[in-house]
Design a protein around this ligand. Sequence first.
Ligand SMILES: O=c1nc2n(C[C@H](O)[C@H](O)[C@H](O)CO)c3cc(O)ccc3cc-2c(=O)[nH]1
Ligand SMILES: C[C@H]1O[C@@H](n2cnc3c(N)ncnc32)[C@H](O)[C@@H]1O
Ligand code: SF4
Length: 337
Amino acid sequence: MVNTEKWVSFSPAGTLVPTYECFNRCGYCNFRVDPGQDSWLSLSAAEQQLRTWRDRAIIEALILSGEVHPQSPRRAAWVQHLIDLCQLALDMGLLPHTNAGPLSYEEMAQLRPVNVSMGLMVEQVTPTLRQTVHRHAPSKDPTLRLQQLAWAGELRIPFTTGLLLGIGETREDWVETLEAIAQIHETWGHIQEVILQPHSPGQGQTWTGASLPATALIDSVSLARQILPADIALQIPPNLIAQPDMLFACLEAGARDLGGISPKDEVNPDYPHPQHDQLQHCLAAEGWQLRQRLPVYPQYDAWLPQPLQVAVGNWRSRLQAPPPSLDPLPLPTSQMR
Ligand SMILES: O=c1nc2n(C[C@H](O)[C@H](O)[C@H](O)CO)c3cc(O)ccc3cc-2c(=O)[nH]1
Ligand SMILES: C[C@H]1O[C@@H](n2cnc3c(N)ncnc32)[C@H](O)[C@@H]1O
Ligand code: SF4
């Protein structure tokens, strides 16, 4: 018998990459290229991608970018390009979620009207990482990232953050990072979900660290569930968990979301996302039911600017509508003659 309590959500997503160029060099990154080595995604190329996704029942446009230096003369044009891509996605009926690294308060305020939620990983608050995997990544300064979380709260932007696990930190560091997130959420109440992201080595990275063991991921989920308030959902990426048993153990420990499932995981291109129906089939074996969600959690709908509320409302009614029945309903006998 199916246990109706066992629900796990995901967001049908497609990823737009405004640019792979990034002035940081995180040791674990399989995404970045050097500044000047990549052209920016044109609006017409973006439109083509968005059109194919719309036809595939995709709802979220995840805008995930390499970073242009805050002092670069190209910074303002890059932010304007992010806004234009989000507006295009909205015009085509998709719901944007942007994670483009740390932004200034003004830049976040500019992106707010065109995003139903935004995101930035804290990674870890551990200062020693500045000497190791983050040695050439000034934007991974934990103070900068926590500041961004607080600004998002001040601006009432529904927010996604998370921890990158297995990059040289300790379990005590996990506690500190989770407590820092919990504390900011206590003030602003805007953190909709926390991603527990296991470091997963790929072909392009410079650092030779191993994958996070699955047992450690399960432990991090339990710890996060203890430290974070219950209104923050815990997200785990199914493509980075090799064994179904380990995925089930994470769900038992309190994970309730599988994140954006897209045709390509741009961050971890060596680990393709499972198809929705494969995932559904796998989860059903242990009585878990898969549910689609939007990139904004329902409790934050009222925070959104009016035009975004309309776009989100349209999608909510489509998700809530009962599936069309295959056979027409029988007419009541009085109407049959
Ligand atoms: O496909 C991916 N989606 C990633 N996403 C997408 C994410 O799962 C969804 O966009 C959100 O859950 C909103 O629906 C991120 C979003 C963030 O705000 C921060 C980090 C990530 C990381 C990834 C990632 O590594 N791969
Ligand atoms: C977008 C997010 O993707 C995560 N990220 C970057 N590189 C890797 C990797 N090799 N394995 C897992 N996650 C990674 C970081 O946490 C970043 O903030
Ligand atoms: S992880 Fe993000 S900030 Fe770090 S190098 Fe890659 S794209 Fe740049």
